[in-house]
Design a protein around this ligand. Structure first.
Ligand code: MN
Length: 228
């Protein structure tokens, strides 16, 4: 191919215990998928249909590590989430069929410029600048389902500078992964390389420059990062 500029590198995640990589095609995210987080954001936690937004694939920060403090925010929030990595195609799927697309799982942080998100909500504007900025999607190593997977009631937690900020279990997901993927597949044709951030539990809060984050889900590789 005679490219007119150098093609950008393909975003990819580490695969736990190997030197192989998982290529990232798209990043979908779900909002308000834990009742306690819906409440802390000022919403009725009654079971509503899931809603989705996206981040660009090159927002991934594979394996975490040090990331620069993002521009244009005074309220950078952490949201620890179970991330599902897909290995198959499908659309308009049943929950069982959707679950069969899952290739692996990882821990991710949906970094959010909460001040820009609040302004976007007020003005009924898109969330891209609040959610889809550079380095907004740190994701740990992917554990293939052929090796293991988190239990349905696995703990999910996030510490900042050694202090626990978020803690819940995956059993508290309003929409479990099969139903979530089935709903997403009504809107988009899912494909290998897609990542789905499945929502965050309560306890989201602001970060400060220099903060160290450690987060995890029982049974999955830990994720650590430092911002600013
Ligand atoms: Mn989120």
């Amino acid at each position: 191919m005679n490219w007119v500029i150098t093609p950008p590198p393909r975003p990819a995640l580490h695969v736990e215990g190997t030197n192989a990589r998982f290529p990232v095609r798209r990043i979908y995210c779900v909002g308000r998928n834990y009742a306690a987080h819906a409440r802390e954001m000022g919403h009725d936690p009654a079971r509503e249909a899931p809603f989705f937004f996206a981040k660009p694939p090159d927002a991934v920060v594979p394996g975490g590590g040090a990331i620069a403090w993002p521009s244009s925010t005074r309220a950078l929030h952490h949201e620890v989430e179970l991330v599902v990595a897909l290995g198959g195609h499908g659309e308009a799927l049943t929950p069982d069929a959707a679950a069969s697309l899952v290739w692996g799982h990882a821990v991710g942080v949906d970094l959010t410029r909460r001040d820009l998100q609040a302004e976007a909500k007020r003005q009924a504007r898109p969330w891209d600048t609040a959610k889809g900025f550079d380095h907004s999607a740190p994701v740990g190593s992917v554990l293939p389902v052929t090796v293991g997977r988190p239990a349905a009631d696995a703990g999910i937690w996030l510490d900042v500078n050694g202090e626990r900020r978020q803690q819940a279990t995956l059993a508290a997901l309003t929409w479990p992964v099969p139903e979530l993927l089935a709903a997403l597949s009504q809107l988009f044709r899912l494909a290998p390389g897609d990542l789905v951030f499945t929502g965050t539990p309560a306890g989201v809060a602001a970060l400060a420059p220099g903060d160290c984050i450690e987060c995890g889900i029982d049974g999955l590789p830990l994720l650590a990062l430092r911002v600013g």
